[in-house]
Design a protein around this ligand. Structure first.
Ligand code: AMP
Length: 478
């Protein structure tokens, strides 16, 4: 198996772009997937973000499309030939940026479309003609409906982060989009896990795929030093500052479970003199991209984020990740700590565990299949005199719960949908019966707009987003 890009005989413009990116050798997913994709076969790849999977599909796909490369200004000479679908705007934006870099020295055009921002500039770009279109499903359907995107010449389709797309409830949208594509095409599916639903999706849409698995699903990055500190809720902020100081950390991600908790923590850290920005679902797309750019440029030291807002963010070399709150879903733990220790760098992942988090830590233990040792943190002299955590306090920290959407950083638009199938698990202590019930997503159960022949809404939570329990039924009805 080749490990150097030079062995791939990539077209000169692509090889030049790769060299400019500073890539020395292929990552495992690239070494396995690129030669297969170059043959035009379908691929089912298990790989997490951060493994180099974007280049693993983008480079061979661009290589195969080089035969269509032309300098004509006519849009007709630049039909969409490759479609890359992703679950979130941030992910779509980042993948599109990477593809632009790889295609930089070619005459192939690429564009990205996602919801939450004006359709007009996207429409103008689409009308000029693009060979590679990166999109989130909802917005792509809007452009298809508006006849801005024609997909009958697509040769490649990539379903990236397919598990996340199903989690969000994009299956009907995906089915609809795939129905517009030519049957004769190459389909590449990437997913962190091969759940039964992912396998069903693959069975329905992939032909004789080559399966590539580079890291066991839900595996922790071995380069990440992990600590779980037992603290009270009142001690968390102090603990965070102390570790940042003691370790001399320049930048870190801080994960919280609610958007209100996120905004509040960012504000209080900022007040205490730390250069902090919040990234959560209530921020506009523009604000979030700006926050991300500021963090990438090193203008911000701490990025406080919710899972939904941070999903898929491609930020390399973050020295540390703090789980200010233990995530509600154990899987999110793996995703969170995947932000550090990437591309061979070592990283630090610190989780603050307070009295009511035992069950959530137990879930992480089950997922990682190992025992987690809780450590005590030796505080500096000026540690806060914390009150005993009574659980209810934890909930207040988590966002003055009243509306469950606050807790889960629920979406305001279609791509920011919650993962409705997940059971909403409250920490053990609160006795309020509200929290003993499974989380009910706010999405309406009405028939999808497109089924009723209506134009899908563009700015609110999509009716297409349905609870996951319906996913299996959708497959069965095929
Ligand atoms: P991805 O998993 O595609 O999101 O990639 C994660 C990061 O790894 C991106 O910032 C890429 O630029 C980087 N990357 C991808 N391939 C390589 C490579 N062969 N060598 C070094 N870095 C890479």
């Amino acid at each position: 198996m080749p490990s150097s890009f030079s062995k791939l005989s990539l077209a000169e413009p692509l090889a030049r772009a790769v060299a400019e990116m500073g890539y020395e050798s292929m990552t495992p997913i690239q070494a396995q997937a690129i030669p297969v994709v170059l043959t035009g076969k379908d691929v089912m790849g298990a790989a997490q973000t951060g493994t180099g999977k974007t280049a693993a599909f983008a480079l061979p796909l661009l290589q195969r499309l080089m035969k269509h490369e032309n300098t004509s200004t006519s849009p007709a000479r630049h039909p969409v030939r490759a479609l890359v679908l992703l679950p979130t705007r941030e992910l779509a934006d980042q993948v599109a940026q990477q593809i632009k870099l790889y295609a930089k020295y070619t005459n192939m055009r690429s564009a990205v479309v996602f919801g939450g921002i004006d359709m007009k500039p996207q429409t103008i770009e689409l009308k000029k003609g693009v060979e590679v279109l990166v999109a989130t499903p909802g917005r792509l359907l809007d452009h298809i409906e508006a006849k801005n995107a024609v997909l009958n010449q697509v040769e490649y389709v990539v379903l990236d982060e397919a598990d996340r797309m199903l989690d969000i409830g994009f299956l009907p949208d995906l089915q609809r989009i795939l129905s517009y594509l030519p049957k004769q095409r190459t389909t590449l599916l990437f997913s962190a896990t091969f759940s039964p639903e992912i396998k069903r999706l693959a069975n329905s849409y992939l032909q004789d795929p080559v399966t590539i698995e580079v890291a066991r699903p839900n595996q922790e990055a071995s380069t990440v030093e992990q600590h779980f500190y037992s603290v009270t809720d009142e001690e968390k902020r102090h603990a965070l500052k102390q570790i940042v100081r003691q370790r001399g950390l320049k930048q870190a991600f801080v994960f919280v479970n609610s958007k209100l908790g996120c905004a509040r923590l960012a504000r209080s850290l900022e007040r205490e003199g730390m250069n902090t920005t919040a990234l959560h679902g209530d921020k506009s797309q523009d604000e979030r991209l700006k926050a991300l750019a500021a963090f990438k440029a090193g203008e911000v030291d701490l990025l406080v984020a919710t899972d939904v807002a941070a999903r898929g963010l491609d930020i390399k070399d973050v020295p540390a990740v703090f789980n200010f709150d233990v995530p509600f879903n154990a899987e999110d733990y793996v995703h969170r700590i995947g932000r550090t220790g990437r591309a061979g760098q070592s990283g630090l992942a610190v989780t603050f565990v307070s009295g009511s988090d035992a069950r959530l830590v137990g879930d992480i233990e089950k997922l990682l299949k190992r025992k987690i040792e809780l450590e005590a943190l030796e505080f500096d002299e000026d540690r806060p005199r914390g009150r005993i955590n009574d659980g209810r306090r934890a909930w207040r920290e988590a966002g003055e719960v009243g509306d469950p959407r606050d807790v889960l950083d629920a979406p305001r638009e279609r791509e920011r949908a919650p993962r409705p199938q997940r059971e909403f698990r409250a920490p053990a202590a609160p006795k309020d019966p509200f929290f003993d019930q499974p989380y009910q997503p706010p999405a309406s159960d009405a028939a999808p707009a497109w089924e009723a022949g209506a134009k899908p809404a563009t700015s609110r939570l999509s009716n297409n987003i349905k609870p996951k329990r319906k996913v299996a039924a959708l497959f069965k009805s095929e």
